[in-house]
Design a protein around this ligand. Structure first.
Ligand code: FAD
Length: 396
């Protein structure tokens, strides 16, 4: 097996602080020691490595940018480098951490009451409690505003009904952040406001069933959620959530980490392809790395990885200054996932037949990245977000 030692073509590390480099090193060591030895088997078995949940909590991987509640209080670049290393291991593990952090702890932290924060965040930081984020529905993906899930006020409670689909960690979760439209009698349904609800998954009427037969993110749990007259107290509403903007703020957080994560998957593929190309000999006993067409592919990969690093770093620095705009994050998510998929395909090509086998991580990354391209706003939707920001015209 090849040893991974990172990718740095233009002294990128000189742009990072010592703490940032340390977070990356610690995450890389954890992944190398704990995930790399088991991930191919997990992928074959379609198994999420649950045994890593608590150890990742001990290292501060959950809600890492949040302050207090036992969270690590990382800056956004540290957090990004962490997700890069997680996804160098596997996009499914990174997805799990993204959901727990950006899609569950972040909304509780941002829109929650003190009581909700004090109850959930410390237990979620350690991994004692797990969460999922239910926005997508069978008929509403890119356009979540059309959602049918609804909440009806009944005395001091709300009663929830609806279906959510493609929900990461759905059947693992102790609590689901469910986005639903609150019924307002006399007002047309399309004008009902979206709000966030904390739904404990053991409530009567709530069920989760896993999606099987996935060829992507096989080491991550993906579920459908069904809610039939699920009763929650009004104290389970996220009090500061108001409208579709609230879940979109969560998605912005997660997409930022995905932009970095994709760099990790690309690095894994490039690194394997480079090492393989220097060893594999074809024609006159020469390594395939000596052929111009192979070098062209490797040079393309390292160039695109380098550009992606600079893009994500700048977006991260803007985020730390409170100056990031969602279109910046869209550009990084869209570009970096695209370039990672291209790297995976080129790396597969360089390994020839060996590239299709799971002795090497390449096909796993390639298949994982197909989900990453689609979830959290598809590649094309992010193109339209960038397009809207530069033209002022929405083309959705
Ligand atoms: P659609 O919206 O039907 O899109 C299909 C195609 O049409 C795409 O190419 C899209 O770009 C294109 N398209 C749609 N509208 C337009 C337009 N206006 N202009 C141009 N092209 C358009 N969701 C959650 O809520 N929580 C989760 O935890 C979660 N985890 C996921 C995990 C996995 C493995 C996957 C695959 C998905 C997950 N999702 C989750 C759902 C994900 O966010 C959606 O799949 C995504 O938003 C796209 O929706 P869709 O699949 O319904 O595709």
């Amino acid at each position: 097996a090849f040893k991974f030692s990172g990718v740095d073509f233009i002294e990128f590390d000189s742009l990072l602080s010592e703490d940032e480099i340390l977070v990356r090193a610690n995450t890389r060591a954890f992944i190398e020691d704990n995930l790399i030895p088991i991930i191919e088997q997990c992928n074959r078995d379609g198994r999420f490595p649950r045994e890593l949940v608590r150890p990742m909590g001990e290292l501060g991987f959950y809600g890492a940018t949040l302050e207090g509640y036992g969270c690590a209080g990382m800056n956004n670049v540290e957090y990004g480098l962490m997700t890069q290393e997680l996804e160098r291991g596997d996009s499914g593990i990174r997805s799990f951490v993204s959901v727990q952090s950006a899609l569950v702890m972040y909304p509780i932290y941002t829109f929650g009451s003190d009581e909700q924060k004090n109850f959930w965040l410390p237990k979620m930081a350690t991994g004692e409690k797990l969460g999922c984020f239910g926005l997508t529905e069978p008929d509403f993906g890119s356009n979540p505003g059309g959602m049918r899930t609804r909440a009806r006020k009944d005395g001091d409670d709300y009663i929830l009904n609806g279906e959510k689909m493609w929900i990461t960690s759905g059947s693992l979760a102790d609590v689901a952040v469910i986005w639903a439209k609150v019924e307002e009698p006399g007002i047309p349904q399309e004008n009902w406001r979206v709000r966030g609800f904390l739904v404990e998954t053991d409530r009567p009427g709530f069920s989760a069933s896993d999606v099987h037969g996935k060829w992507s993110l096989r080491a991550s749990v993906t579920s459908g959620l069904s809610m039939q007259d699920v009763r929650v107290p009004a104290s389970n509403v996220l009090p500061k959530s108001d409208g579709l903007k609230s879940p979109l703020m969560c998605l912005s957080q997660a997409r930022y980490g995905i932009g970095w994560g994709a760099i990790g998957a690309a690095m894994a593929c490039y690194d394997v392809a480079l090492q393989y190309a220097k060893q594999r000999k074809q024609f006159r006993g020469q390594p395939i790395a000596s052929h111009q067409l192979v070098q062209e592919k490797l040079a393309w990969m390292v160039t695109e990885i380098t550009k992606a690093q600079l893009l994500s770093l700048q977006v991260g620095r803007l985020k730390d200054k409170g100056k990031v705009e969602f279109q910046h994050i869209s550009m990084a998510k869209k570009n970096n996932v695209w370039m990672a998929l291209e790297c995976a395909r080129m790396a597969r090509d360089i390994l020839g037949a060996n590239g299709i086998a799971d002795d090497y991580p390449i096909m796993r990354h390639m298949m994982n990245l197909e989900s990453v391209k689609t979830y959290e706003g598809t590649h094309d939707i992010h193109t339209l977000i960038v397009g809207q920001s530069i033209t002022g015209i929405a083309a959705f």
